[in-house]
Ligand binder design. Structure first.
Ligand SMILES: C[S@@+](CC[C@H](N)C(=O)[O-])C[C@H]1O[C@@H](n2cnc3c(N)ncnc32)[C@H](O)[C@@H]1O
Length: 346
């Protein structure tokens, strides 16, 4: 293996420094049993340049992407920083399913948008070749979500300027938001280990973008979040408390509150309801129910207050065990709040 370039060394150095700064003050309540999977010396993984090029197939992003391959759903053991990459090419059975999903999605959002949004390069994910394309399940699913958010965000209103994603996995949807809303600042809130993965991914996808991590955020005295600050801000989840009131246009949470403890869901809801400006939107896509340790996480019981107008509420495309909600923040109580509308969900 050749020596890492100076750009790569600098990036790994930033990832390491951000991780160590966050580890010093780690708010452990954020790690549910489900996500207590990382080795305590995670910085050793960050230090291995050879670990990163295949990170979407070698276990580093395990549990952060929907996949046909069970090996990519289980995190690596504590002793092994990363695994031998799983085969890159999917078998024909998975391929047939992907073809069907591609055709259905193309009928809904168009082939051109799928081609523009799907990234099957960075991290060398598992793919199936089809009509000159490389199909990947997670990328198709997140392209659907990006389209759904974008079409509601573009109709008769200003485009979102400040977007917050809570629990964004390796950064796929955040990247798609940047493609669709190039002027926006995208803030990712996640566990510190996952922040490192997001920083890697976004640096590969957008080498010229302005990225700010935890160290610089602290050094600059927790600055006010505006699009002038950066293209991507990558921070530990507890920084939600550092955001000012009414400054966010759009909050995204996909398949991640369903893996958090009730206390942390309540923490994020208090934050979302404080930082989202009136008529800002919340896209919340989570399982109807999922067990998290001793607790049962149930979307209809999320602590929505009465200031939410539901714009969309339906079973999710291609994942009927997951519910898709788009809500708009209102200054006043609405007539039919989520606690009323969602009462009929399982
Ligand atoms: C199943 S993945 C979902 C990834 C992506 N949103 C998707 O739908 O494909 C769950 C995500 O929630 C994140 N997560 C877990 N606990 C968290 C917490 N307390 N705060 C923020 N993110 C958290 C995980 O690190 C991961 O990024």
């Amino acid at each position: 293996m050749s020596a890492p370039s100076s750009g790569l060394r600098e990036l790994l150095g930033e990832m390491r420094a951000d991780f160590l700064a966050a580890r010093d003050v780690y708010d452990r309540r954020h790690k549910s049993g489900h996500w207590d999977v990382f080795r305590p010396d995670f910085e050793r993984l960050i230090d291995l340049p050879e670990a990163w090029p295949d990170f979407r197939r070698n276990g580093i992003a395990a549990g952060m992407q929907t996949s046909f391959d069970k090996r990519l759903m289980d995190p690596p053991s504590e002793m092994v920083p990363f695994r031998e990459p799983a085969p890159q090419r999917l078998g024909s059975e998975d391929g047939r399913q992907l073809e069907g999903l591609f055709r259905a999605l193309a009928a809904m959002i168009g082939e051109d948008l799928i081609d523009a949004l799907c990234d099957t390069e960075v991290g060398h994910p598992q793919v199936y070749p089809f009509e000159g394309r490389q199909l990947n399940l997670n990328e198709l699913l997140l392209s659907y979500h990006a389209w759904q958010v974008a079409r509601f965000s573009s109709k008769g209103r200003d485009l979102p300027q400040v977007i917050v994603e809570i629990g964004g996995g390796y950064g796929s949807l955040a990247a798609k938001m940047k493609q669709l809303f190039p002027a926006a600042l995208v803030l990712l809130l996640d566990l510190p280990e996952v922040n490192a993965i997001q920083s890697w991914y976004l640096a590969q996808r957008f080498p010229d973008a302005r990225r700010m991590g935890y160290v610089r955020f602290l050094e600059e005295g927790k600055p006010r979040i505006t699009p002038d600050l950066a293209d991507f801000l990558v921070l530990p989840g507890w920084c939600m408390e550092d955001l000012g009131e009414d400054l966010v246009d759009l909050v995204l949470n996909l398949r991640s509150m369903m893996e958090m403890r009730r206390e942390i869901i309540a923490f994020y809801f208090a934050g979302i309801q404080r930082v989202l400006r009136p008529s800002g939107r919340f896209y919340c896509v989570n399982r109807y129910q999922k067990r998290v340790g001793e607790e049962l996480s149930t979307i209809k019981n999320y602590p929505f207050d009465g200031h939410w107008q539901i714009l969309l509420s339906q079973a999710c495309w291609a994942q009927s065990h997951i519910h898709e909600l788009l809500l708009e923040r209102r200054a006043e109580d609405v007539e039919f709040p989520p606690s009323f509308v969602l009462a009929s969900l399982p």
